[in-house]
Design a protein around this ligand. Structure first.
Ligand code: OGA
Ligand code: NI
Length: 373
C-alpha cells in the first residue's frame, strides 16, 4: 500500500468521509469525552457507538450465579516467609486458569493508592483550557492526554474515557514532563509500582518453575507505561464501552481501580465482574507473557462497561522491557521446553507485537494467533 506523505491538508480534508470528519472534529476540541459530557450531550455520538451484540454476549456471570466465578484474590502477606510457597502456588493457578488476580497486602501504601485516584480525578477535572496543550495523538510523546489512540482506532467506535499516558522507559521520566497538578502523585505511584514489580517478577518466575531472578534477568518488565484513566458518566451506557474487549500487548499489567466497578474479564467464555476491593490491586498477564510462558500463563480479554450515574477512575500500568530490549525478539522460554512442551510461538519483538496488536484495534480477535507456529 502506498503511503502518501505529501498530501496537502486540503486534499486530506476533501478525502475524509463523514466518520473521519466526526473523529477529526472531536479530536480538535482537545477536550476529550469529559468535554463532550460537559457540553451537555444527551446522546452518544455515533463514533462511540458499539454494536449492541458485543454488549449482550456472552452472558455475564455474577458472583451469585456461580461459585466458580469468584475471581482469584491473593493475600501477599508473609510473602518473604513461610507463606511464600503457598502464595506462589495460588499465583500459578490464577495465571493458568484466569490470567489475572486481585492482590491485597501487596505492600503499596493506602495513602499512595488514594492519592493516585484523587490525582487522576483532579487531572481530568481541571478546566478544559488547562488540558488543551496536553491532548495529542502523537504516540511518540512521553506524556499526553488522548481518547482515541492511533490511526486504526479512528475508524472504529471509540472508548468512553480519556487517558493520561506517561512513559517511564527504563523506570525513568523527566519530572518536568509530568503535569504539575499530579506530578508528585505520579512519581510516588511509579516508585511503588517499581517495588511491587520486583516482587511480582520473582513470584511469577517461581510460579513458572524458574529461578526467582529469571524474569528480571531477561528485563521484560523494566519500563512502565502508566495511564491514568477517567470514565465520565455516559448518557446512553448501553451503546458505549468504557473500554471495548481487548487483551493487553504487555508482559504484565498492574491495575488500580476505584470503587465504582465495571471491569470484566472473559473467563471460560463468560464475562466475570471484578468486584472493586478498596486498597486492592489487580495483576494481569499480557500477551507477551503468554508467549514466553508458551501458553502456560493466559492473557485474558477484558473490557470496561460504561454507566450513566457515576464517574470511574483507574490507573493502569503496562509493563514492557527496557528500551534496548523493545526491539529484541522474545520467544518461549527455553528452560520451559521439553519433548512434551515444544515452542508454540515464533520470535517477536515487543515493539513489533505492540504495532501489530494496535493494527487489530481491539476488534475482539486474537493477535496471539498471528504469531503461533
Ligand atoms: C486498559 C484497561 C481497565 C480499567 O487500559 O487496557 O484494560 O479498569 N483498563 O481501566
Ligand atoms: Ni487492558
Amino acid at each position: 500500500m502506498a503511503v502518501h506523505c505529501f498530501a496537502g491538508d486540503m486534499e486530506v480534508e476533501e478525502g475524509l468521509d463523514d466518520w473521519a470528519k466526526e473523529v477529526k472534529a472531536f479530536e480538535e476540541t482537545k477536550a476529550g469525552v469529559k468535554g463532550l459530557v460537559d457540553s451537555g450531550v444527551t446522546k452518544v455520538p455515533r463514533i462511540f457507538v458499539h454494536p449492541r451484540a458485543e454488549l449482550l454476549k456472552p452472558e455475564v456471570l455474577s458472583e451469585e450465579s456461580s461459585g466458580e466465578s469468584r475471581v482469584p484474590l491473593i493475600d501477599l502477606r508473609g510473602v518473604e516467609g513461610v507463606e511464600r510457597k503457598d502464595i506462589v502456588e495460588q499465583i500459578r493457578q490464577a495465571c493458568e486458569h484466569w490470567g489475572f488476580f486481585q492482590m491485597v497486602n501487596h505492600g503499596m501504601d493506602v495513602s499512595v493508592i488514594n492519592a493516585t485516584l484523587e490525582a487522576t480525578r483532579r487531572l481530568h477535572e481541571q478546566p478544559s483550557e488547562d488540558k488543551v496543550g496536553l491532548f495529542s495523538d502523537d504516540s511518540s510523546k512521553k506524556v499526553r492526554l488522548y481518547t482515541v489512540n492511533g490511526s486504526v482506532h479512528k475508524s472504529r467506535p471509540g472508548p468512553w474515557r480519556d487517558a493520561l499516558a506517561c512513559a517511564y522507559l527504563d523506570d525513568t521520566l523527566d519530572s518536568e514532563e509530568i503535569p504539575q497538578i499530579c506530578r508528585k502523585e505520579m512519581e510516588d505511584y511509579v516508585q511503588s509500582i517499581i517495588k511491587l514489580r520486583e516482587t511480582l517478577s520473582e513470584l511469577l518466575s517461581e510460579a513458572l518453575g524458574l529461578s526467582s531472578d529469571y524474569l528480571s534477568r531477561i528485563e521484560c518488565m523494566k519500563s512502565e507505561f502508566l495511564t491514568w484513566l477517567y470514565y465520565p458518566a455516559c448518557p446512553e451506557p448501553e451503546l458505549a464501552f468504557g473500554a471495548p474487549q481487548h487483551s493487553d500487548p504487555t508482559f504484565l499489567t498492574i491495575l488500580l481501580q476505584d470503587t465504582i466497578g465495571g471491569l470484566q474479564f472473559l473467563h471460560q467464555d463468560h464475562w466475570v465482574d471484578v468486584p472493586p476491593i478498596p486498597g486492592a490491586l489487580i495483576a494481569h498477564i499480557g500477551d507477551l507473557m503468554q508467549i514466553i510462558s508458551n501458553d502456560k500463563f493466559k492473557s485474558a480479554d477484558h473490557r470496561v462497561l460504561a454507566r450513566s450515574d457515576q464517574i470511574r477512575v483507574s490507573a493502569a500500568c503496562f509493563l514492557y522491557p527496557s528500551a534496548k530490549n523493545l526491539l529484541k525478539p522474545y520467544s518461549p522460554i527455553m528452560e520451559l521446553m521439553s519433548d512434551n512442551n515444544q515452542p508454540l510461538y515464533k520470535e517477536v519483538s515487543p515493539l513489533e507485537y505492540a504495532i501489530y496488536h494496535q493494527s487489530r484495534a481491539m476488534d475482539g480477535t486474537s493477535t496471539l494467533s498471528h504469531y503461533k507456529l
